[in-house]
Design a protein around this ligand. Structure first.
Ligand SMILES: N[C@@H](CC=O)C(=O)O
Length: 315
C-alpha cells in the first residue's frame, strides 16, 4: 500500500476510482465484498481507490471510520493507493484527522460542506486540519463559492493541500471560467484532477491539462476507463471519445436517479460485488423499472470492459 508522499505522477498513474462501500445485511462494512470490488478494479489496471462520496462517507462517524481504515489496510493491493475521506463538518474532521494521524495513509480527502461554511472559513479550516494531521489533504471543489482560487493556490503552495479534486458540473465542460481562474492562480495543473467521471474528462484533460480523473463508473468498467486514461496520455482524443461512449447510458441513469445510489446498485447488479444495504441517510433504489434499466446498462458496460481487457494489455 502506498504510504509515501503524493506526487503529480501518482495522480496520473491510474484512474482514481471512487467506489461504493459494500455492507452486509446487518449494515456492517463487508470486508470480503469490498476486497472483491478492489480486485476487480485492479484487474482492469486501476490502483487508486478513493473512498468518499460514493461510499457515503459524508454519513460515516469516527468510530466506523476506524473500521474502514482497518479494512482498507488489509485489502489494499501491494501497489495500491488507498485514499480515505473525512468530514464534512469541521468538528468531525478534527476527530477523524486525529484517527488518520495514527495511520500510514499519505493523505485523505476532505468532503465538502457547503452549509454552514464560508470560503475563507473553509480555507482556514483546511490549513488547521493539515497542520493537525502533519500531512497534506486533498481538497474537493464541488460547488462555486466553496473555496476561492487564490486560497486554494496558497494552500497548495504551502503544502497544506497535495491535490484538488475539481468537480463543478457545467453544461459544457469546455467552458469553465472558475477552472481557468483556478489554473491561473495555481500556475500549474499538475496537482488538479478532474472529479466528475468520464463525461467531462476529455475537456478537462486535453482542454485544461488536468492531471488525472476520478470515476465511479470505473467500478463497472475498469479496463475501459483505464483505456481512456491511456488514450488521453497518448493524445488520442478520438479513441478516448469513442471509448467514453460505452459509459454514457449508465452515466445518464446516474444523472437521472442519483449518481451514488445508481452506482451502488450497478456494482451489485453487474455481479461485481454485493454492495448490500446503503447506510443512512441514504436508501437503496427499489423501483423495479429503474433497477432493470441499471442492470441492463451495467451488464453491457461490464461486458464491453471485459472484452476490451481481453483484447488489450491494461497497464
Ligand atoms: N462523482 C464522480 C466521480 C467521482 O468522484 C463519479 O461518481 O463518477
Amino acid at each position: 500500500m502506498k504510504t509515501d508522499a503524493v506526487t503529480p505522477a501518482d495522480l496520473a498513474r491510474s484512474v482514481l476510482s471512487v467506489p461504493p462501500l459494500p455492507r452486509g445485511a446487518d449494515g456492517a462494512i463487508h470486508e470480503g465484498e469490498t476486497g472483491r470490488l478492489v480486485e476487480w478494479l485492479h484487474s482492469g489496471g486501476v490502483t487508486t481507490y478513493l473512498f468518499g462520496g460514493n461510499a457515503n462517507l459524508y454519513n460515516m462517524g469516527t468510530a466506523e471510520l476506524a473500521t474502514l481504515l482497518d479494512v482498507l489496510e488489509r485489502i489494499s493491493p501491494a501497489d495500491g493507493w488507498m485514499i480515505p475521506s473525512f468530514g464534512a463538518d469541521y468538528g468531525k474532521s478534527c476527530d477523524q484527522i486525529d484517527l488518520l494521524r495514527q495511520r500510514a495513509f499519505p493523505t485523505a480527502m476532505l468532503l465538502p460542506l457547503t452549509f454552514p461554511a464560508t470560503p475563507g472559513g473553509v480555507a482556514t479550516g483546511i490549513r488547521k486540519l493539515a497542520d493537525r494531521y502533519g500531512r497534506p489533504v486533498i481538497a474537493y471543489l464541488k460547488n462555486e463559492g466553496y473555496l476561492e482560487p487564490r486560497d486554494l493556490a496558497a494552500l497548495l503552495a504551502d503544502g497544506a493541500v497535495c491535490a484538488v479534486k475539481y468537480a463543478v458540473v457545467r453544461k459544457n465542460p469546455a467552458e469553465d471560467a472558475l477552472l481557468a481562474t483556478l489554473l491561473d492562480a495555481v500556475g500549474s495543473a499538475e496537482r488538479i484532477i478532474s472529479g466528475i467521471g468520464e463525461r467531462p474528462v476529455i475537456d478537462h484533460l486535453t482542454g485544461f491539462g488536468l492531471n488525472g480523473f476520478t470515476s465511479g463508473s470505473v467500478c463497472i468498467a475498469p479496463h475501459l476507463s483505464t483505456a481512456i486514461r491511456r488514450a488521453l496520455a497518448q493524445g488520442d482524443v478520438a479513441k478516448a471519445a469513442s471509448l467514453r461512449e460505452h459509459f454514457l447510458p449508465l452515466e445518464d441513469l446516474r444523472d437521472r436517479h442519483s449518481p451514488i445510489r445508481v452506482l451502488h446498485e450497478a456494482v451489485a447488479l453487474a455481479g461485481i460485488s454485493a454492495t448490500g444495504p446503503m447506510s443512512p441517510f441514504l436508501t437503496n433504489l427499489d423501483d423495479p423499472t429503474v433497477l432493470a434499466d441499471i442492470r441492463a446498462a451495467a451488464a453491457t458496460l461490464r461486458a464491453a470492459s471485459l472484452e476490451h481487457g481481453s483484447a488489450t494489455t491494461v497497464r
